[in-house]
Design a protein around this ligand. Structure first.
Ligand SMILES: Cc1cc2nc3c(=O)[nH]c(=O)nc-3n(C[C@H](O)[C@H](O)[C@H](O)COP(=O)(O)OP(=O)(O)OC[C@H]3O[C@@H](n4cnc5c(N)ncnc54)[C@H](O)[C@@H]3O)c2cc1C
Length: 203
């Protein structure tokens, strides 16, 4: 919907394209890799880096990034067929283990599940990623307090399992010459508490 609105307003939208570098000269621009069509340079008066919490634009632009000490990590997965309430968001906190479990119903038996864990003694645990970590992810939800019966039915994993370092991260001055960072590229906060998107426009 937003992409359609951007096109309607006159933007050229390139799907499947990846920015692979910045052009620092005047006018500035970006190198874009287009599938099977090689790389192209695009120039503009202003380059906006809106490439999220792992922003490469931030790195290419040489921005100074500050961050809180490592604390929580959060892992998320879409699971269908959970026996959890469909009309309620369910949260469990296990202070002793430093764990949070959150289950968000999406309708029609579809759910997003999250587990937040504290990194103990500064030693980061291996992040949960991919199919091999799904059993650990489910066990952690139960250890944090989610009822085991929710996971006893025929579950379908409907998306990739991914983990994120939850520490707040920010660029003190997210503008340099004709490059500006917006959204999570400029600052991302701890997603364990379900905020972030609402802050994007203010950063
Ligand atoms: C686990 C988790 C749970 C969260 N839960 C919530 C929540 O409940 N409520 C809430 O408000 N917020 C939540 N957030 C935060 C929210 O997702 C972010 O604040 C928001 O998505 C930031 O928007 P953005 O457009 O800046 O970045 P993103 O949504 O990350 O978008 C960046 C885009 O840039 C693209 N991109 C990156 N590099 C390149 C490149 N080189 N070339 C081309 N494209 C590129 C990416 O593919 C992506 O589409 C959560 C975050 C996480 C990690």
């Amino acid at each position: 919907m937003v992409i359609a609105a951007a096109e309607k307003a006159g933007a050229t939208v390139l799907r499947g394209a990846r920015v692979v570098g910045l052009l620092a000269e005047t006018p500035p621009g970006v190198w874009v890799r287009l599938d099977a069509n090689g790389e192209h340079a695009y120039r503009a008066r202003l380059v906006v880096g809106a490439d999220g919490r792992s922003s490469m634009a931030r790195q290419w632009g040489g921005f100074r990034v500050e961050h809180d000490p490592a604390g929580m990590t959060i892992a998320g997965l879409r699971i269908d067929g959970l026996a959890a309430p469909e009309d309620t968001m369910s949260g469990f906190v296990h202070p002793g283990y430093g764990m949070v479990s959150l289950t968000v119903p999406l309708g029609n038996g579809r759910f997003r599940a999250y587990v937040g864990r504290h990194k103990r003694d500064g030693a980061p645990e291996r992040p949960w990623r991919g199919k091999t970590a799904i059993a650990d992810f489910v066990s952690a939800n139960i250890a944090a307090g989610a009822p085991p019966t929710w996971y006893a039915s025929d579950l379908q994993v409907a998306g990739p399992l991914a983990s994120f370092d939850a520490a707040d991260r920010w660029v003190p001055h997210p503008q340099r010459a004709a490059l500006v960072l917006v959204g999570d590229a400029a600052a991302s906060n701890d997603p364990c508490f379900g905020c972030g998107l609402s802050l994007s426009r203010d950063r």
